[in-house]
Write a protein that binds this ligand. Structure first.
Ligand SMILES: Nc1ncnc2c1ncn2[C@@H]1O[C@H](COP(=O)(O)OP(=O)(O)O)[C@@H](O)[C@H]1O
Ligand SMILES: [Mg+2]
Length: 153
């Protein structure tokens, strides 16, 4: 498979939120978005903007201590995962079960569970350049995600 890559520069929090909103408008059941980037790069900012655009009123907090939080009340259900602490957790929490439950899955620190990620997905790699600048790479796996990247980039 040829790996495509779309590079976007985000100059402020709002730019990252706008990217999330644009992706949200292309959402579909069983969409999987994998966020990768250091602490403070903007993974939760992205997720909050996506959730708000989906019509979720609740405040999205980082689910660091319970790994997965479900928000059922938007246009599609949202499953927000932060797998940073997963290595402490010995039991299998069934992450894969969420990928075909009909909602959208957004995974923070997805690079920590590469072996569990579905073949078809959108990877978003966020690199911190300075206080407000981020380089965001979109890497689609599968035709559906390639088409979405074409539309929004
Ligand atoms: N271009 C940008 N995109 C996203 N966040 C930014 C940007 N510039 C500055 N920030 C700040 O970086 C922080 C990102 O925090 P957060 O989304 O919680 O990071 P993460 O979830 O990746 O650890 C926020 O304080 C946000 O205001
Ligand atoms: Mg976070």
């Amino acid at each position: 498979m040829i790996e495509m890559e779309y590079k976007i520069t985000s100059y402020c929090e709002r730019d990252t939120a706008t990217l999330a909103e644009n992706l949200e408008s292309e959402k579909f059941p069983n969409m999987v978005i994998c966020l990768m980037g250091d602490l403070g790069s903007g993974k939760t900012i992205f997720t909050k903007a996506f959730a708000k655009a989906t019509g979720i009123d609740e405040d999205i907090t980082s689910p660091t201590f319970n790994i997965i939080k479900e928000y059922p009340n938007g246009e599609l259900p949202l499953y927000h995962m932060d797998v940073y602490r997963l290595e402490d957790c010995k039991e299998d929490i069934g992450i894969e079960d969420y990928f075909d439950k009909g909602g959208v899955t957004i995974i923070e620190w997805a690079d920590m569970i590469m072996d569990k990620l579905p073949d078809e997905r959108l990877d978003i790699k966020i690199r911190v350049i300075d206080e407000n600048t981020r380089i965001i790479k979109l890497i689609p796996y599968g035709k559906v995600y390639e088409d979405i990247c074409e539309v929004i980039s």
